[in-house]
Design a protein. Structure first.
Length: 202
């Protein structure tokens, strides 16, 4: 009887050890599979989300436009996540740069717009184009003296795509400026403001 109990105990220990090893190995393997699936999911989200860039400018700023085109736009428009870069102006642009020539938008001025260089009308026109003429997920508003570090932007955009859903999250991000002992604050437009599609529509 004692012999049987010892044998049963030994068999039980062996079986339990095998089960623990199986669950441990299986758990580790499943964890690796989940990590790979999460990585693939992140890459899918990143490469399938698009961003639309609207640059507030004017025809008299043509030398500046040609400079930023050479500096970063020419590289940015080649990225898989770029939906397009448009230039919002009050008057037509005459340039030998084919991309600028084909992508400037003469705005329709809003009644009562007294903002500097009609920036309100430009933004209104850009938002309308973003909503009705593109399926882009993100909207980035820039001025013509803004510089985008294309190499760093990919990392920023990847993190943004992982942390926010542009179709359900009301996200507006930019550089906040504070006034009156931090009682008043606003997002400074010159350095760029990024909007989720949900925030633009709502």
């Amino acid at each position: 009887m004692i012999y049987v109990n010892i044998r049963t105990l030994i068999v039980s220990i062996i079986l339990n050890s095998l089960l623990l090893a199986f669950y441990y190995w299986g758990g580790m393997k499943m964890a690796r599979i989940n990590d790979n699936l999460n990585s693939i999911s992140t890459q899918y989200i990143f490469y399938n989300q698009k961003i639309y860039i609207a640059i507030m400018t004017d025809s008299k700023r043509l030398p500046q436009l040609e400079m930023i085109y050479d500096a970063w736009i020419s590289n940015f428009i080649k990225k898989s996540y770029c939906e397009g870069v448009k230039f919002y102006v009050r008057n037509p642009i005459n340039t030998s740069n084919n991309y600028i020539k084909e992508n400037f938008v003469c705005i329709k001025k809003l009644d009562g717009d007294t903002s500097r260089d009609n920036l309100i009308s430009k933004l209104h026109n850009a938002i309308s184009d973003f909503i009705y003429k593109t399926r882009a997920d993100w909207f980035l508003r820039l001025c013509d003296d803004s510089f985008v570090n294309v190499k760093s932007f990919g990392r920023f955009y990847s993190e943004l795509a992982q942390t926010a859903n542009p179709h359900t999250d009301r996200l507006i991000q930019g550089n906040c400026i504070y006034k009156n002992r931090r009682t008043i604050y606003y997002i400074q437009g010159g350095s760029g403001i990024i909007f989720s599609r949900f925030s633009v529509i709502n």
